[in-house]
Ligand binder design. Structure first.
Ligand code: KG4
Ligand code: ZN
Length: 342
């Protein structure tokens, strides 16, 4: 570790959000901006990768400019650049990587490739009372559902993960089936508020056997069968939405409990887009109370994709002296176990 100040510009372009942020190792988060491409992809019912890449090209540099204005900093105040290098849509990733790398080259400062899921996992560190290591992290995003033992930055042991659809993916697919617009997760959560939680009981997949892996794809089939059985009932959609949401929250809570008992860890971190779900947050808060454990959430805007978490993660690695050579790469798939420890 150096005691030099690190003022890190973070760039996130892995999917359908263009985001930039500045994290300073002494002063903390100075500013962040997110531009969502929801309106661009909505007519197609999901993310169109090529449209995403082109929009990142249009938005990234103007966002950096407005970020600098907002934080009253000049480009020359930046001492390092962190860009998301994967996992994600490879064309979209390459936009952030190319811009991040080029800026670093022009400014003669180091750049670091950041793992998107490491960003999510460290997002609670941006809050006023961050967790201390070690902790258990439940990562629930659109592409990943993982339980990870976190012993430090880059010291990750994956204890369990989804064998098929990730939790967010299950939300999105079930929402689509219920006729809800993209992005499905928040829309399904909204519909669930009008549902009767006592009407349908959905299964809690893979909780009747030992282990910490997940399987959510059966829930969407269960939802479809239930929907067909009640095709003429206008209330059924909301009742299915709430039953689905409860089943996901309950399944995740059962696995979190198991993982905490198995590892003896007393701190639980929830991260990733599904972590913004209120029902899940309430359920895991209740679990933590029962276990006399602590639970930590990023604020909802830092659960979904953002650059503050990328700037933070990159800053920790730059402080440890890590950085990349001028060549850059982006990876659609990237196991977290390949990350070097700090
Ligand atoms: O972490 P994230 O923003 O992007 C990925 O890295 O994948 O997660 C996006 C996922 C989507 O599947 C979205 O539907 C889900 O998070 N999501 C939610 C909520 N907000 C976002 N799912 C349930 N309830 C929410 N409130
Ligand atoms: Zn994400």
């Amino acid at each position: 570790m150096t005691d030099k100040n690190q003022c890190t510009l973070g760039i996130e372009t892995s999917c359908d959000e263009t985001a930039v942020a500045i994290y300073d190792s002494r002063a903390g988060l100075l500013a962040h901006e997110v531009y969502s491409q929801i309106a661009l992809h909505a007519p197609y019912g999901g993310v169109v990768p090529e449209l995403a890449s082109r929009d990142h090209i249009r938005k990234t540099l103007p966002l950096v400019r407005s970020l600098l204005e907002k934080s009253k900093l000049a480009l020359t105040d930046i001492t390092g650049i962190a860009y998301t290098a994967g996992p994600g849509l490879v064309g979209a990733l390459l936009v952030g990587a190319a811009i991040g790398r080029s800026l670093a080259f022009a400014l003669k400062i180091p750049a670091i490739a950041v793992h998107h899921m490491e960003g999510h996992l460290l997002a609670p560190m941006l809050e006023a009372e961050p967790p201390t290591f070690p902790f258990l992290a439940l990562l629930v995003s659109g592409g990943h559902t993982q339980l990870v033992q976190v012993d430090g930055v880059g010291r990750y042991t994956v204890l369990g993960e989804s064998l098929d659809d990730a939790a967010g993916e299950a939300f999105d697919k079930t929402a689509k089936m219920l006729g809800l617009p993209y992005p499905g997760g928040p829309a399904l959560a909204k519909l669930a508020q009008q549902g009767n939680p006592a009407r349908f009981v959905f299964p809690r997949p893979m909780t009747d056997r030992p282990g910490l892996d997940f399987s959510f794809s059966g829930l969407k089939t269960f939802a479809l069968t239930t929907l067909k059985e009640h095709a003429d009932d206008p209330q059924a959609r909301a009742d299915i939405a709430v039953a689905f949401e409860i089943a996901v929250a309950e399944t995740l809570a059962i696995k979190c409990r198991r993982a905490m008992e198995q590892t003896g860890l007393q701190r639980l971190v929830i991260a990733g887009g599904v972590g913004a779900n209120q029902r899940l947050r309430q359920r895991l808060t209740q679990l933590a109370e029962q276990l006399k454990a602590q639970v930590y959430y990023p604020r909802p805007e830092f659960c979904t994709d953002n650059a503050a978490m990328i700037a933070y993660a990159g800053c920790q690695r730059l402080l440890a002296g890590q950085h990349e050579a001028a060549a850059f790469h982006a990876r659609a798939r990237w196991p977290m176990s390949e990350l070097p420890a700090v």
